[in-house]
Design a protein around this ligand. Structure first.
Ligand code: GTP
Ligand code: MG
Length: 170
């Protein structure tokens, strides 16, 4: 799938843990364009897995995102974004800065997610959490336009994620 992105976009990557969001972001965007919840947890709490730092981490992430959008800089939110409340904040932020909220859904097969999760040493939670993300994603994916995303790119399966091409458009 070709993913044309206007420069004035706030891009939400949406996908379970181990769906490949961070890898996708590193492959298709410049490092400063990508704001990841892991990086912000590490900034505010020294450790990307301190989950009680979530509120501070996300407040900081959206603050920085707002500063970037005010400069007209395309910004990517690398977080699971499988919860409607997380996506609502992204849509509101995009609207506040008059940029397009764009959803890129990494809808990877659940067995692939779990297999990847099992071999990761950096995620101290069980596969049940990953399955929970996949469940939340399935419930969400049909409603993204209704939630306010102006473009929704639904990558169905790991092969589609792998094959995606991001194109920047004016
Ligand atoms: P969280 O940060 O936990 O939400 O996960 P994430 O969605 O950012 O996944 P990440 O990009 O960190 O990838 C998770 C694991 O899956 C890593 O070990 C990757 O090497 C592996 N992985 C991601 N994408 C692919 C892929 O397209 N093919 C293969 N073979 N492995 C992948
Ligand atoms: Mg990641």
């Amino acid at each position: 799938m070709n993913i044309p992105l206007p420069e004035l976009s706030l891009v939400a990557l949406i996908g379970a843990s181990s769906s490949g969001k961070s890898r996708f972001a590193a492959r298709h965007f410049r490092a400063p364009e990508v704001l990841s919840s892991d990086a912000f947890r590490a900034l505010v709490a020294n450790d990307e897995n301190v989950l009680d730092a979530n509120e501070d981490a996300f407040d900081s992430l959206y603050f920085v995102a707002g500063k970037r959008l005010a400069r007209g800089l395309l910004t990517v939110v690398d977080a699971t974004n499988v919860q409607p409340s997380a996506r609502k904040r992204i849509v509101e932020l995009a609207r506040a800065h008059d940029v397009l909220p764009v959803a890129v859904v990494l809808d990877v097969e659940e067995d692939v997610l779990v297999a990847r999760h099992e071999v990761r040493g950096d995620r101290p939670f069980g596969a049940g959490v990953v399955r929970g993300h996949a469940h939340d994603l399935r419930r969400s994916v049909r409603n993204l336009e209704k939630e306010g995303f102006r473009h929704v790119f639904h990558l169905r399966g790991a092969a589609a994620v792998e094959a995606a091409v991001v194109e920047r458009v004016p």
